[in-house]
Design a protein around this ligand. Structure first.
Ligand code: ATP
Ligand code: MG
Length: 580
């Protein structure tokens, strides 16, 4: 097992940065090491650790995936079933001449086949890249081009509507697998191929530093980047799943994120399976009553979701939750956007359980900063770095970095060295290199650390508003706005102003039972002024049906701003909702 705890990450980072300090921060990941076994001979493979290892250790009959179809059909897959399914899938890939290092893109809804395919791809040593199945043809095509896809796994309907027309223009593409019994011309139907394949497969001898996953970022701030992750990341998935989400064998766990987004893979596939939980997979999209029903019926113990879902629940009102029993829940957790204090308080009232915000990025591959049950939750704070993660607030001065004192806003930085850190941005080495300065990885997010060590999110570096000498983070303003009874969601930007430099403008959506009116606008502005003071409160408020959001549920403030300023939209390949 020595080979999987190599301190390569830190060593490489240190060499690259010519800064010996970078190595010092490396945690030895003792706890994570004990959670894994590795393959004989020192190889390490995520797929093996997530599934086959449990079978080898006598846990094959435990339920790995409890799947709920759109039509409420249920299917349970044990760890042995998952091993079987993923081995068959790996054999199908091998039968088509695909080998270690080749790249598979997955583009389909959350079905058991998708989960088996993810594990099978990793076991075969191929690189797994999930995409949102709701992407249009262009975002799919550009990502497949950048990622030089060799295999596409999708459905017949998606293939016909979005892929067939340009399939031949991706020269790297060798195989298109179609979920189900039948496939269009020049594609292979997966169900018969799986049925014909052997259920035994010798897992690829992947090295800890071999590529395993490519995840495209959400595209909130611009063109999505392809973050490359390696097999060694599984150490950190195991460790953070255990420590931040309390994933232990048998835990009933539900991560609502789609695998098209990094959360849906790191904590929707790998971390839960590596920790041998029973994970709930719901094929359907968000629906308040359905979701409440699932928590109650499946006796979900740990629920991992995103602020956008909670805000939708809040919009539906506490009454919708009243009929359900949430006593199985230990706690709820959230990632992806700042979790407004109002949401923490609300869900505490409705679920009667703590709500744990945590912070990380596609680039970090796993949770970096979290609230856990070992600490007091301060609503609005992201919590503290997990043990082994060194985080700081820094500012740049004449090309060097300085650590900020408690209470001061600066850029959130992390010491490189944890196993799930990205290894590069695909074909964008220079952009990757620019993330590292003076022995730190710079996240591009602004935050503050208080005297008790808690981190508080302020905003994206690009979203900070400078108004009459004040630095205003959109999160603070948005959180104050949604405290108003009428406001469901808010997106806040700065717009140019001759005297103030910038003034604050807010776009909001309304809760059920409220209608946009001048009176309401005045009332909301008054509320914000009282809460934030006149310098910070928005001068203008615009009511909208929805806010522009990415498919991972993040408000795209840059789009609100571009439209406001009459500038081009930029990359909107991940845009999901946008109704004025
Ligand atoms: P892109 O990098 O393409 O602009 P993105 O940054 O939204 O998109 P992700 O990697 O999916 O892509 O999201 C990570 C970002 O999400 C973080 O950098 C941060 O801005 C935001 N985020 C994640 N968790 C939290 C949190 N708990 N509180 C506040 N912001 C968060
Ligand atoms: Mg980002």
């Amino acid at each position: 097992m020595e080979s999987i705890i190599r301190k390569d990450d830190a060593d490489r980072a240190a060499a690259a940065l010519a800064d010996p300090d970078a190595a010092r921060a490396c945690f030895d990941w003792q706890e994570a090491r004990a959670l894994l076994t590795g393959l004989p001979g020192g190889a390490l493979n995520i797929g093996y650790e997530a599934v086959d290892r449990h079978v080898a250790q006598g846990h094959g009959s435990e339920v790995a995936v409890r799947w709920i179809g759109k039509d409420d059909t249920r299917r349970e897959l044990t760890y042995a079933d998952m091993a079987d399914l993923s081995s068959r899938f790996a054999n199908v890939l091998a039968a088509h001449g695909l080998t270690q290092g080749d790249r598979l893109f997955a583009l389909m809804g959350r079905t058991p086949e998708l989960y088996g395919a993810a594990i099978g791809t990793l076991k075969a040593g191929l690189v797994f890249t999930p995409l949102f199945s709701a992407f249009g043809p262009e975002p799919i095509r550009t990502r497949m081009e950048i990622g030089e896809a060799n295999v596409l796994l999708t459905t017949a309907s998606i293939y016909r509507r979005k892929i067939a027309a340009w399939r031949d223009e991706i020269p790297s593409l060798k195989l298109v697998l179609i979920a189900g019994d039948e496939a269009p011309e020049r594609c292979v139907a997966l169900a018969p191929a799986l049925a014909a394949a052997s259920e035994t497969f010798e897992v690829a001898q992947t090295e800890p530093e071999d590529r395993a996953l490519i995840h495209f970022t959400s595209g909130t701030t611009g063109k999505p980047k392809g973050a490359v992750h390696v097999h060694q990341a599984v150490l950190y998935h195991a460790y953070s799943g255990r420590n931040a989400l309390e994933l232990t064998p048998g835990t009933i766990y539900w991560c609502t994120a789609d695998p098209g987004w990094v959360t849906g893979t790191s904590y929707g596939i790998i971390a839960p399976l590596v920790n041998r939980v029973t994970m709930i997979v719901d094929e359907a999209e968000f629906d308040v009553e359905r979701w409440y029903g699932i928590i109650e019926r499946e006796k979900v113990e740990v629920w991992y979701s995103a602020p956008t879902a909670i805000r939708m629940m809040m919009r539906a009102g506490a009454g919708a939750a009243a009929a359900f029993d949430f006593s199985s829940l230990k706690f709820l957790a959230s990632v992806g956007e700042p979790l407004n204090p109002e949401a923490v308080t609300w869900s505490h009232q409705v679920f009667g359980r703590p709500f744990h915000d945590n912070w990380w990025q596609t680039e970090t591959g796993g949770i970096m900063i979290a609230n856990t049950r070992a600490m007091d939750v301060h609503p609005g704070s992201m919590g503290k770095p997990l043990p082994g993660i060194e985080a700081a607030i820094v500012e740049r001065e004449d090309g060097t970095l300085r650590q900020c004192k408690a209470g001061k806003i600066g850029e959130l930085a992390l010491r490189p060295g944890w196993p799930s850190m990205m290894r590069t941005y695909l074909h964008e080495q220079a952009r990757y290199d620019k993330c590292f300065v003076g022995g730190w990885y710079l996240s591009g997010d602004l935050a503050m650390q208080d005297a008790d060590g808690y981190f508080w999110f302020v905003g994206r570096a690009d979203d900070l508003i400078k108004s009459s000498g004040h630095l205003i983070g959109p999160f603070e303003v948005e959180s104050a706005l949604i405290e108003h009874d009428a406001i469901a969601e808010a997106g806040v930007i700065g717009i140019p102003d001759e005297t103030a430099g910038e003034i604050v403008k807010a776009y909001v959506t309304l809760n059920a039972g409220y209608e946009a009116s001048e009176d309401l606008e005045r009332d909301v502005r008054g509320h914000a002024r009282k809460r934030l003071g006149p310098a910070v409160a928005p001068r203008q408020i615009v009511f909208r049906k929805t806010l522009p959001k990415t498919r991972s549920g993040k408000i795209m403030r840059r789009l609100l701003k571009a439209r406001e300023l009459g500038l081009p939209d930029g990359d909107i390949s991940t845009l999901e909702t946008d109704e004025t």
